[in-house]
Design a protein around this ligand. Structure first.
Ligand code: CA
Length: 224
């Protein structure tokens, strides 16, 4: 699952990012409200961790715009300890949960797990296609109940393809989703990941089909 962190305090942002990456999440981090707003408009996230005190555009405005776009994305807001009015306003605007600073990273991770379990409009939870299933909380893919041995990249790739199962996913979309910001993933590297993942899926009925010139599509037999 991909998490967007919007936090302008670099130390806090680094701590959150490291902690969530260790817990197996793919993390993007932005430092202004404007950047958060445009990242959210592009989509692809399963959870937003939103500091309310952000430069350029406040966290409450980011949240208001997100909900105005009818996004069901789970949102955890971070507030100052004495920020009761902001907290109330955030919850009124559609935040799902809040943490007052300072907080323990273990508590943050527990809140993130809970929000991921609760899910948002198919963004989180269990994805299924044919004999293949993927648990977005535990990051485990299975074919007929047998777990697949996938690398982190292969897992991300599978999640993206499953979220759009039966539809074409363009190679540029994969490049964008697979790179944490600042880390390049080339189109050639995508081909290698697809090749490896395709072989690991051979035990089941789901196939990654190459749509020449366009991208890839996760397909299952017509009768299943
Ligand atoms: Ca701040």
């Amino acid at each position: 699952m991909k998490v967007l962190i919007a936090e302008d305090d670099a130390v806090m942002a680094d701590g959150l990012t490291c902690s969530l990456r260790q817990a197996g999440y793919v993390v993007d981090c932005v430092g202004t409200g404007a950047e958060a707003d445009s990242a959210l408009a592009r989509g692809g996230f399963g959870l937003l961790i939103l500091d309310l005190g952000l430069p350029e555009m406040g966290g409450l405005e980011v949240l208001r715009r997100l909900r105005a776009r009818k996004s069901p994305l789970p949102v955890l807001i971070l507030t100052a300890r004495d920020g009761v009015s902001h907290r109330v306003r955030g919850l009124d605007l559609g935040a799902d949960d809040y943490l007052a600073k300072p907080f323990a990273l273990s508590e943050l991770k527990a809140r993130v797990r809970a929000l991921a379990r609760r899910g948002g409009a198919g963004v989180c939870g269990l994805l299924r296609h044919g004999e293949l299933s993927y648990d977005q909380v535990g990051n485990v893919a299975e074919i007929r109940g047998t777990p697949l041995d996938l690398s982190a990249r292969e897992t991300d790739l599978l999640e993206i393809l499953l979220q759009r199962a039966g539809r074409i996913v363009r190679k540029e979309q994969l490049v964008e989703h697979l790179c944490d910001w600042g880390e390049e993933v080339s189109a050639n590297a995508i081909e290698v990941y697809v090749h490896r993942l395709r072989r690991k899926l051979e035990a089941g009925d789901v196939k990654i089909v190459t749509v020449r010139g366009l991208g890839y599509c996760l397909e299952k037999p017509k009768n299943s």
